[in-house]
Each structure stands twice: as C-alpha cells, then as structure tokens.
Design a protein around this ligand. Sequence first.
Ligand SMILES: Nc1ncnc2c1ncn2[C@@H]1O[C@H](COP(=O)(O)OP(=O)(O)OP(=O)(O)O)[C@@H](O)[C@H]1O
Ligand SMILES: [Mg+2]
Length: 298
Amino acid sequence: MADVRTGEQPRVPAPAGREPEASRAGSPWATANGATPLPPGRAVAISARDVSAWYGAKLAVSGITMDIAKNSVTALIGPSGCGKSTYIRCFNRMHEFAPNARVGGTIEVDGNDIYAPGVDPARVRQRIGMVFQKPNPFPTMSIAENVAAGLRFLGIRSKSEIADRVESSLKLAALWEEVKDDLKKPGIALSGGQQQRLCIARTIAVEPEVVLMDEPCSALDPVATLKIEDLMRGLAERYTIVIVTHNMQQAARVSDQTAFLLMGDDGAGHLVEYRPPQDIFTNPHDKRTEDYITGRFG
Ligand SMILES: Nc1ncnc2c1ncn2[C@@H]1O[C@H](COP(=O)(O)OP(=O)(O)OP(=O)(O)O)[C@@H](O)[C@H]1O
Ligand SMILES: [Mg+2]
C-alpha cells in the first residue's frame, strides 16, 4: 500500500533491522517512508509492519512500519490527535478495549506475533507494561500492595518473595529511599511525581520486556520530570522503553531514536521520520518535521 499522503512507495517488506547490509543503500537512516533501519547489530524488541488502527470506521493510525531497538528509549512525538496513544496501545493489545476497535498489519515482540491466534492478551499486557499520563495508583492499596498487585495476579504467593520484589522494584524506580519506612501508607498519599514512580515500580515488578509510557511527565513539575527521565535512562539497561511525549526537549534528552508522527489527508497518523534525536531536532530530513519542531504547526 502506498503512503496515502505522499504517494511514496511500499514500506520495507522485510524486518528492517534484519535486512542484509547491502539492501540499505546510501544513508543507513534513509528509507522511503521514514521507516528507519536500526543501526547494524541492534536487536529488535518490537517489529511493527504496516500497522493501522481503527475505531469503528475511523482510521486513526495508517500503515506504520518501524523497528524498536531492545534496551533503548524510543520517543514518539507529533501533534495532538495524530494517533500516538492509539499506536502504542496496539503494542500491548490495549487498543482492543475500545468499542469496535481493530488493528491491521503485524506486531512482533521478540519475534512473536502478539496478535496470533491463541495469544492471551492479558499475558501480552504483562510482558508489555504501560504507564499512563496521570499517575493511577490503586486507591485502596498501600504503597507495597500497589507494587505487589501484579505479582499476585501472576500467582506469586510467597511473602518473602513478594517483599523482595517490592523492594527491588521500588529501588529500580528510584523511590525506595523515599518510601521504605512508609510501605503501608496509601499509594495515593504520595506526591504526583512519587505516585508516577510508584506506577513505574508496579509496572516493572512483573518484569516486563517493554514499558510503554504515554506522556508520563505531563502532570509533573520539572524536578519530578527530570527524576523520571533519569529513571528511564537507567531502566533502558534492563527494559525497552517507548515514550510518547509533547516535550521535545524531553525526547531529545532521553531517547535513542525519535519518531515523528503526523496526521495525513486521510485523517490518520503516519510515520514521517524516525531517526536519532540529534538528526530529528537539528537536521530533519523532512520539511514537515522541520515545520513541527520549529513550531510552524501543531
Ligand atoms: N476511544 C476512541 N474512540 C474513537 N476515537 C478515538 C478514541 N480514542 C482516540 N480516538 C481518535 O483517534 C485519533 C487519534 O487519537 P490519539 O489519542 O491516539 O492521539 P494522540 O496523538 O495520542 O493525541 P494527544 O497528543 O492529544 O494525546 C483522534 O482522532 C481521536 O479522536
Ligand atoms: Mg495521546
């Protein structure tokens, strides 16, 4: 299928990160539709091929192809309504919670098609966790219970194992020192920035492979935001992080690769450009990216 808006030719047919070197003519970052091959040698965590998403008859995301590198931070940027949230919700089968929602194309995580028949969506959501814009600790649960919630769901019953996993997750989420004496206090009694780190601890407690973050800092002050950004860089050593952000400085600071999405004439989000942030923000190859990052629209 050609890109509806630009008329560009079909997307890379084979998983780009696994293409033979010779097929990447010219710049390793340049392909027809902004679907950038990863640097050679980088393992692929998520391979999205021609991914489209609908709400009923409404197309919200149109034919996006991209590889997301393992143990990296990938940022998605683009104007409001261009389909960023919809697109990442396809990565953990949350899109299908919307009435009459549909996903087209293929998404493989670690080489496994997450939409294949027989795949359990609940298991997918455990392997590919999600942190939302507004911190959402379970309101009736203590700090420790919030972190342990997913462990119980996995069937872990041993109190000592749960306590260990709660502690290690809170440490990884850079919250342990602030809450270690208050583990029985309600999660919602924490500050907004602490609540967001609690939600990150809850997500990583079940040891996912990928953590999706949809504008995780938009409700936080600059100090809490920088804490979460530091945390993301650290977490990328163990996990693959995909973050949606409207904050371009944030994308530039934290991401290894930045994807720019834009709504096309068909009213759906397309991938315009996908490159390292230093290219996107200082040397965009596409005029539409340049217009967006210089504030000419969006
Ligand atoms: N539950 C839903 N039902 C119907 N349409 C929806 C639903 N959620 C989103 N949409 C539509 O899908 C399109 C993409 O929305 P989406 O929330 O993915 O955009 P976004 O890029 O995340 O925007 P923002 O930056 O404002 O969060 C929009 O046109 C939106 O109105
Ligand atoms: Mg959104």
